[in-house]
Design a protein around this ligand. Structure first.
Ligand code: SAM
Length: 217
């Protein structure tokens, strides 16, 4: 099964032919400097989802060097607003440079711990992309869910943490694995949630509209 999944991914990768110079440059930078960025299949899914044009006000937790923020912006032809939060100052500065390189005016990056910044945000968002420290996922989720518009979507990347939620893992990851596993239970029990087994595991949940107006008969 694992071997088949690997082959399926290779097949998908062979169909994806990235030509955007900046994206290629950032992928190379991430590889050389060991910066974790979204995988190709997550990038493709994210691009596809956002290109529906349904989600325009976007919040990202974990910018790294700005790659996924640029992917999301491009999916919407820059016709969106993105707020992205990064705790690491060096990465924050690189991300800022990358946004400038792409002449991007619609991405606002904030430096600091998302746990401190999220409660200070006054805006509402249609789409939240969570991609930061795995041990804090439930807190990121709870804080950003408050900022989510009705019908908005939360996309949680790497929720199965390198597959450690279902296979043997190094002891040092025990706390993170337990936290993520109970977060997944919480999501299944309290939200409309689905778990997709690709990339490092993707979790999707949306804020349901609470009232539906009946159509006049
Ligand atoms: N989304 C990026 C992409 O695909 O291009 C990759 C993000 S990387 C997986 C995770 C980033 O989250 C790191 O750069 C890390 O410094 C940042 N981070 C971790 N904990 C954070 C926190 N509490 N608040 C803000 N950023 C955080």
């Amino acid at each position: 099964m694992l071997e088949e999944l690997k082959q399926a991914n290779e097949y998908i990768y062979s169909k994806l032919n990235e030509k955007n110079k900046l994206f290629l440059e950032l992928e190379e930078y991430a590889e050389i400097h060991n910066v974790p960025i979204i995988t190709k299949e997550v990038k493709e899914f994210l691009r596809f989802l956002l290109s529906t044009g349904k989600y325009k006000n976007i919040l990202e937790i974990g910018s790294a060097i700005g790659y996924s923020a640029l992917v999301m912006s491009k999916a919407l032809n820059d016709n969106c607003n993105i707020t992205t939060i990064e705790i690491d100052e060096e990465r924050y500065n690189i991300a800022k440079e990358n946004f400038q390189k792409s002449n991007n005016q619609n991405i606002n990056i904030l430096l600091g711990d998302a746990l401190d910044i999220l409660p200070t945000l006054n805006d509402k968002y249609d789409f939240v992309f969570i991609d930061a420290s795995k041990g804090q996922y439930q807190k990121f989720f709870e804080l950003s869910y408050k900022l989510l518009n009705e019908n908005g979507l939360i996309f949680i990347d790497n929720i199965m943490f390198r597959g450690y939620l279902y296979k043997d893992y190094p002891k040092r990851f025990k706390t993170i694995v337990k936290k993520l596993d109970s977060f997944i239970d919480y999501l299944y029990q309290n939200h409309d949630f689905t778990l997709l087994p690709f990339g490092d595991g993707i979790g999707l949940t949306h804020k349901k509209v609470t009232t539906f107006r009946k159509k006049d008969s």
